[in-house]
Design a protein around this ligand. Structure first.
Ligand SMILES: [Fe+2]
Length: 386
């Protein structure tokens, strides 16, 4: 998130001698995007962050599409997928194209290695669970409803807390940012934005690990996981400052925009990536025109595939979904509320729905993996019951 932030000890000037009181100097490390022109931070390590002992290929990540790619409505009950394993190694592929890959993880133990995605930015929605996102930028506690934005190249580890852990991960080819319509020319979120800088959480605690040994980092690049082993603990940063770091926004801090008549999905936009957006549908008062129809009209999203993840058991225009459901409404079909939902919404005062939506600007494939938890009746669920 492009807001200046600083944690720990840093020298007054950049690129100058920064003495370590134990002797020697700290090692400066610039981490940034778009050559040297994009958001960047300067970190100061105890040791040179370049000391790799060895590397080995762990596994390719062969995302395979569902062989049945008929254009149809899809519904997956992701909570029914088998939990277990690692946040990094045991993600279930769900949807993908060249610009975004959506996966589902329900890890049961904290990894004994670190992780660095050097292929894409990750947006992790915490459907259930709590813990701490550890990184070389410090600690960022997480809890249910958090969006964790982990820009590419950042070394992290998810330290799982108590209870079930369920994560929906949107890996994007571009940089995650707040929609430009909510930012002024100086980058600040404006008064009409549904969230502001005060809602954004940044790392504040910076434990410094002064440890030598063998420390594996799983690096994702070119759809492959490689383990690199470092000669020191990667979280040996004594201070940093800049604009490039992991950050969090809780979905409950997204204040919905309402109107006298139905507001279209762009009012729910929360994050933008290069070829898709992510929106938050939050509990809100319904439209207040005396003749308003609050439920959405039928629509053809002719240039987008629409993906919805249901963060609770309610959605104003749908039946038969539950918390953890994911629906895919591809371009090529007209979609709208389930029978009775359109008329039934007239006169209603509020909705308690909560959902995370992704609209892609390019067609997306359903992977073969979530078929096991698919609701096969969903494509016909708009037909009147006999
Ligand atoms: Fe839609």
């Amino acid at each position: 998130m492009p807001i200046y932030h600083a944690v720990g000890n840093i020298p007054r000037k950049r690129h100058v001698v920064f003495k370590n009181p134990k002797g020697g100097i700290y090692y400066e490390h610039l981490m940034g995007t778009t050559g040297f022109d994009g958001p960047a931070s300067l970190l100061y390590h105890l040791r040179q962050p370049t000391q790799v002992i060895r590397e080995k290929v762990l596994k390719p990540i062969p995302w395979e599409k569902d062989p049945d790619q008929r254009v149809r409505m899809r519904h997956f009950r992701l909570f029914k997928a088998e939990p277990g394993g690692s946040f990094v190694m045991d993600r279930m592929p769900v949807l993908y194209n060249n610009h975004v890959a959506v996966s589902w993880a329900q890890p049961t133990s904290t990894d004994d290695f670190f992780y660095r995605n050097s292929q894409g930015d990750e947006l992790v929605y915490v459907a259930e669970g709590e813990g701490v996102l550890e990184s070389c930028y410090g600690e960022l506690p997480y809890h249910q409803g958090d969006y964790l934005v982990i820009h590419r190249g950042i070394t992290t580890r998810m330290k799982l807390g108590k209870g079930k852990q369920r994560f929906l991960i949107f890996e994007g080819s571009g940089y995650y940012r707040a929609p430009s319509k909510y930012r002024n020319e100086h980058g600040q979120l404006m008064e009409h934005s549904p969230y502001c800088e005060r809602d954004i959480r940044r790392p504040t605690e910076l434990p410094v690990y002064d440890e030598k040994g063998e420390f594996p980092i799983v690096v994702k690049r070119q759809n492959m996981l490689t383990e690199i082993t470092m000669a020191y603990h990667p979280f040996d940063v004594v201070g940093w400052d800049g604009y490039y770091y992991p950050w969090a926004l809780n979905i409950n801090d997204f204040e919905p925009i309402v109107g006298s008549l139905h507001q279209p999905p762009p009012v729910h936009e929360t994050f933008r990536n290069d070829r898709f957006i992510v929106c938050s549908f939050m509990p809100r008062l319904f439209d207040f025109h005396k003749d308003a129809v609050p439920a959405p009209y039928n629509h053809s999203n002719v240039m987008s595939d629409e993906i919805l993840f249901y963060a609770n058991d309610e959605f104003m225009s749908r039946k038969g979904i539950e918390m953890g459901s994911m629906t895919v409404h591809p371009a090529g079909l007209i979609h709208g509320g389930h029978p009775g939902k359109y008329e039934g919404s007239i006169g209603k005062k509020e909705t308690k729905e909560m959902a995370v939506m992704m609209d892609t600007f390019d067609p997306i494939y359903v992977a073969k993996d979530p078929i096991a938890v698919e609701d096969m009746d969903y494509p016909r669920s708009w037909l009147p019951k006999e």
